[in-house]
Design a protein around this ligand. Structure first.
Ligand SMILES: Cc1cc2nc3c(=O)[nH]c(=O)nc-3n(C[C@H](O)[C@H](O)[C@H](O)COP(=O)(O)O)c2cc1C
Length: 159
């Protein structure tokens, strides 16, 4: 039985997620960000996390090849950042949105709930995405703040 693509997408959307900005620096030294909700924890010891990158992304080469990158979990008041860095071909970070990290220079998004500073552990083919597994070398945790949520194709907030 063949799944209907739209129905599958809609069904996946019934799983509530947070929203992240994945950040890295390209070969020219420019800081980039890409909105992603495919973030997931993998392992506690060693500390591993993953996210999935669309094979047809214009910034595929940068994010698939980045030895260091950061996964920034967005707060409820950062919806604009999510929309901004989900725009096609428009991923260069604005100066006011980040601070350069010390772990390989991956940009840290200002006021994110958490920034996981990762080094690339492994990549695995995943259909039309690439699964990127990172080892968490350091993290910056903001003690307070509410998360930005994504459910059924729309942004949500905790009630
Ligand atoms: C809430 C949300 C979650 C997303 N999650 C992912 C993701 O996990 N992986 C991914 O590659 N793109 C994801 N995207 C799409 C990218 O942010 C971006 O829209 C797309 O890559 C734009 O095309 P480009 O990369 O060619 O510029 C998501 C977009 C939104 C709005």
């Amino acid at each position: 039985m063949e799944l209907d693509g739209r129905e599958f997408r809609n069904a996946l959307g019934r799983f509530t997620t947070g929203v992240c900005l994945i950040t890295a620096v390209n070969e020219q030294g420019e800081p980039l960000a890409l909105t992603a909700n495919s973030f997931s924890s993998v392992s506690l010891d060693p500390p591993l996390v993953l996210w999935s990158l669309q094979n047809n992304s214009e910034v595929f080469d940068v994010f698939a090849g980045a030895g260091h990158y950061a996964i920034n979990v967005l707060a409820g008041n950062q919806q604009e950042l999510s929309s901004r860095y989900a725009r096609k071909g428009d991923h260069i970070l604005e100066p006011g949105h980040f601070t350069p990290g010390e772990n390989g220079g991956a940009p840290l998004i200002n006021d994110a709930l958490v920034s996981f500073e990762c080094s690339l552990d492994a990549t695995h083919p995943g259909g039309d995405h690439l699964i990127i597994v990172g080892r968490v070398d350091a993290m910056q945790v903001r003690p307070e703040g509410e998360p930005l949520l994504f459910y059924s194709g729309a942004y949500r907030a905790l009630a």
